[in-house]
Design a binder for this molecule. Sequence first.
Ligand SMILES: O=C(O)[C@H](O)[C@@H](O)[C@H](O)[C@H](O)COP(=O)(O)O
Length: 230
Amino acid sequence: MASPNLHEFETRGDLARALAQAVSEHLAAAIKASGGAVLAVSGGSTPGLFFETLSSADIDWSKVTVTLVDERLVPDTSPRSNAALVKSKLLVNRASAATFLPLYKSGDLASDTASARHRFKALGRSIDVAILGMGNDGHTASFFPDADELEALLDPAGAQTVSGVHAVSAGESRLTLTLPPLLDAGFIALHIEGAEKMTTLERALAPGAHLPIRRVMDAARQPVEIYWAP
Ligand SMILES: O=C(O)[C@H](O)[C@@H](O)[C@H](O)[C@H](O)COP(=O)(O)O
């Protein structure tokens, strides 16, 4: 395991500014090097302020494709939709010029999975920046500990880039990037906030732990950058 780096901040605003700065620098570097960049973000209740801060970053957003690390199998009219969160908080201001690649399409899991795989392949490039969240059960992306597909999702040599997920703890069915495309990212950040998430992280980092977030960190080819604020 490339030991993760922990960045602690006094406030969630300080974290949002620092993470937005790091992400925009990596995106700008990818654009300079290859003419484009792919940013994959997680949803949930944590990233809103970070998204709003990043949306004003002075980079060439017209060269950036934003996609999701995972998605609930709900339309973007649902309050549960990660696409809706990204559209409302990130794809605004300067970032409104970015291209968005959603995972949900029709609500048919098999069809949406196949469609997302096709669109992800059509990008013709790997993810440059991946922003992960974490649940208090140690899941990240939709790698839920009780997911039927967990071993396939976490297979570093897995052939699929996107997978459907069935997990009782997840609520609705999910669509998620699998581990390999996440590991291809040049910059992987784990964005967590609050005391409970820090306790979960400490549990995940303990010797011999096998929570999904730990398995991602163990497989990472470069240190996962952990951003935490109380
Ligand atoms: O669709 C999702 O829920 C996310 O992608 C998921 O992986 C999230 O990052 C964690 O569940 C943490 O969620 P909170 O930020 O709400 O704690």
